[in-house]
Design a protein around this ligand. Structure first.
Ligand code: ATP
Ligand code: MG
Length: 180
């Protein structure tokens, strides 16, 4: 699953609309401490449906919205869009690119979109469940995540293996069936 581009607007330190294009091969993001490198990986995690703001190094949901600086006013909302390459149609959608968008306003309103159409968080989780980009996936390993994997409880570790093995979609559907 290849990432094509990431657009951030009002997300953490990215007050202005910023687009990062991921070229073929490897992309390395470098810069001085505090310049926003980790905020970029937080944005990827967030747009893919992360619901625990602590995993994004925040305390409350609105901590991901640009909070202002000496020269800039705070923003009223944050929006992140991640465009995935779907030319191989690995994702069950007709389009060759799939855009996933998440927005959060300070009022608390929030929404998700797949290819500009509103959807639920669950639709995104299901779409990505078997791609390795889903919830809890090891596609993104944060600075303290290695420890977490090693010290996880057996049931937590099992979720990681299920994700890697590509059976999380079936687990999600089974749990849903059991609730009905
Ligand atoms: P390091 O090299 O130390 O890991 P980094 O490049 O990964 O640094 P980040 O952690 O991505 O840096 O960015 C930290 C910066 O983001 C801090 O200056 C912090 O003030 C800023 N920041 C975080 N959340 C917000 C927010 N909601 N509004 C404005 N700025 C924010
Ligand atoms: Mg960092």
């Amino acid at each position: 699953m290849k990432l094509l581009r990431l657009t951030l607007q009002g997300f953490k330190s990215f007050a202005d609309k910023t687009t990062i294009e991921f070229a073929d091969g490897m992309t390395v993001i470098v810069g001085p401490n505090g310049c926003g490198k980790s905020n970029i990986s937080d944005a990827v995690r967030w747009v893919l449906g992360e619901q625990n703001v602590r995993n994004l190094r925040g305390q409350k949901a609105e901590d991901i919205i640009f909070s202002g600086s000496e020269t800039r006013q705070a923003k009223n909302g944050a929006e992140v869009q991640l465009v995935l390459d779907n030319s191989s149609h690995e994702l069950p959608l007709d389009t060759t690119e799939v855009a996933i968008t998440r927005r959060l306003l300070r009022s608390g309103d929030s929404d998700f979109k797949i290819n500009k159409r509103s959807c639920r968080l669950k639709d995104i989780q299901e779409l990505l469940a078997n791609t390795g980009l889903g919830r809890g996936s090891l596609a993104i390993i944060g600075q303290n995540r290695v420890d977490q994997v090693l010290t996880a409880r057996p049931d937590e570790r099992r979720l990681i293996f299920e994700d890697v093995a590509g059976i999380s979609l079936y687990r999600m559907r089974k749990n849903e069936g059991l609730r009905k």
